[in-house]
Design a protein around this ligand. Structure first.
Ligand SMILES: N[C@@H](CCC(=O)N[C@@H](CS)C(=O)NCC(=O)O)C(=O)O
Length: 202
């Protein structure tokens, strides 16, 4: 299998961390397609994902999967992993947590494009402010929830670790740790995992 990637992408990091957790490193090769933005056009990526977004996973039969939750669940299934439990309560709890983490990431990545890619004259401060408010509410919700996080991480916890890591990577000046002591302590503990250490963005 081939993972079409961009090294700075937090969604790619989530998949890469899961590959390490599931011991699938020999089964998946990484193909970095360089920078990807909403206004770039990479024909190789578009052939794998018509939405032109990373990550995309090319399977051995030539077909492909995209959207990190789908890729992660596929990898977990072929490796018979523990990250997507079958038991309904646990499953929807962890899928919900993944959705919250991915949502904060979607907002954070969109804001990054807004400030790093969109021409300054076309920027919309009201939109920027509202996206930041959503991110703050999402991070506050994580602070409230983190006492209920699973000690053996599921896909929700893996996603949140990559979400907070992305905040550190791109928004270090806006320190999410301030006022969120429980989440900070949880993240520090979580970062001991080899899969997260080996995928820290640089
Ligand atoms: N829902 C997607 C989001 C992926 C995503 O936003 N990827 C960004 C890079 S971090 C991207 O490819 N952006 C290009 C674009 O927006 O066209 C997933 O979970 O895989």
């Amino acid at each position: 299998m081939k993972l079409i990637s961009v090294s700075a992408s937090p969604f790619v990091r989530k998949v890469r961390a899961l590959i390490i957790e599931l011991d699938l490193e020999n089964a998946v090769t990484l193909q970095d397609v360089g920078a990807v933005t909403p206004v770039s056009n990479n024909s190789e990526l578009n052939a794998r994902n018509p939405l032109g977004m990373v990550p995309a996973l090319e399977l051995d039969d030539g077909s492909s999967l995209y959207d990190s939750p789908v890729i992660c669940e596929y990898l977990n299934q072929i490796a018979d992993g523990p990250f997507f439990p079958a038991q309904a309560e646990l499953r929807f709890q962890t899928l919900g947590l993944q959705a919250l983490g991915d949502g904060i990431l979607d907002l954070s990545v969109a804001l990054r494009y807004e400030t790093a890619v969109r021409p300054e004259a076309l920027r919309w401060q009201d939109w920027i402010d509202h996206q930041n408010e959503k991110i703050t509410r999402g991070l506050d919700a994580l602070e409230m929830k983190c006492e209920t996080f699973n000690s053996s991480p599921l896909i929700g916890e893996m996603t949140i670790a990559c979400t907070l890591g992305y905040r550190d990577f791109r928004y270090a000046d806006d320190d999410w740790r301030t006022g969120r002591p429980a989440l900070s302590a949880w993240f520090e503990q979580m970062m001991q995992r080899a899969s997260l250490q080996q995928t820290i963005p640089s």
